[in-house]
Each structure stands twice: as C-alpha cells, then as structure tokens.
Ligand binder design. Sequence first.
Ligand code: HEC
Length: 188
Amino acid sequence: MRHGLLLTVLLAATVTGPGAHARAMPDPSQTPAPGNEVPQIPLSRAGYGPAVNYQLQCAGCHLSEGQGAPRNDVPRMTGFVGNFLRVEGGREFLVRVPGVSQSALGDDQLAELLNWILDRDGMAGTSTPEDAAPYTAAEVTRIRATRLNNLPDTRAHLIRRMHDQGIAIHDGMPHEDLLDNNDNGDSQ
Ligand code: HEC
C-alpha cells in the first residue's frame, strides 16, 4: 500500500512538473495569431521564376550579379561558371555544391535556375559552351541524389583541368597552386 501511495505521488510530481507544460503535440483547438492565418507556402511550391529564386536562395552569398565574395570563399560565377561544363565532372559538380543540392528548391526549379545562371546571355555569359545541353529536372534528381565528398579537392581538380585546357581562371579566388597562371580574374 505504501508503495502504491509513493508511486502515485511520484507520478503526480512527474505530470505536474515543469516538463508537463511543454506540449509535444500541436493543440488542435489552437488558432493562428492575427495576421498569420494563411499558412506559408514552401518555396518549392511558391511558383517563383529563377531570377527570384536566385535572389532568395543564392544572392546572400553569391551577390546579386554572381560576383561572389572571395574573402568569404565564394567564387565569382559571372562570366566564369559555364567553364565547369567544359571539363569532365563539372556538370555534376554544379548540381552537387551544397548551395544547390541542399537548397529549398525542387529539382525542376533547380534545373531552371542552373539553366538561367548558365545562359550565354546571362550571368555565365560566353563561359558556357555554345552546345551545352540544358539541365533537365530528371538529370538534377539523379545527380543530386549523390553527395559530393571532399568539395575543395573536387573543385581544385576541376579548376586544374580548365587551366590545363588553357581556360583563364576568372573565378576571383587566389590560385597560388596554378603557378604559371598570373591571371586569377582579380583585374576585372
Ligand atoms: C551559404 C552561402 C552560399 C549559398 C546560400 C549558396 N552558395 Fe553556391 N557556393 C558557395 C560557396 C562557398 C561555393 C564554393 C564551393 C564551396 O566551397 O561550396 C559555392 C559554389 C557554387 C557553385 C559552383 C561554382 C564554383 O565556382 O565553385 C555554383 C554553381 C553555386 N554555388 C550555385 C549556387 C546557387 C544556384 C545557389 C542558390 C540556390 C547557391 N549557390 C547558394 C556558397 C553559397
């Protein structure tokens, strides 16, 4: 009997203790705060075009024209990013960088956004090869499913391949490793 009483007291203490006030489940009778009645639409269903998605999801780091910020390790995309399509593995790399693969955008939106960035009349300019095929949603789905291991080495390898092809590395980043390359794009 005494044990039963002790158990009851302990149980009551547990239920009424501070933890009991934290609600794990949403309260079904709860109503949204005034002005907040309409649930937010996730970005993947908001229906914005690539230019808006870029400003919302990418420009914070890459800046509004893709100029990048070398001092924050963000490479320049303007007039350069299309060169990744000129080297083996570059097409996959562009989808697998964390800013792209882990964005809140759907695969169809990412395909559209990458095509917008890589447009020869847009950010990438003529760095994109003339015959480059646009990304499709299915392609993005496939590539995005594999994670990028060792980003710095992968990127350095791709940059080295570009350099070996005689492409000027205008990504705004320091390239002491490319010894015979005096032009790292900082003159722009
Ligand atoms: C938190 C900052 C950040 C955000 C947000 C971000 N990126 Fe990036 N992005 C980087 C950095 C830093 C790199 C260089 C590679 C690395 O270290 O990840 C990069 C690399 C890239 C590259 C490869 C180009 C290169 O020269 O390496 C592409 C393409 C790219 N980002 C596109 C995007 C797009 C598109 C978005 C938006 C959907 C985006 N990024 C959002 C920081 C960001």
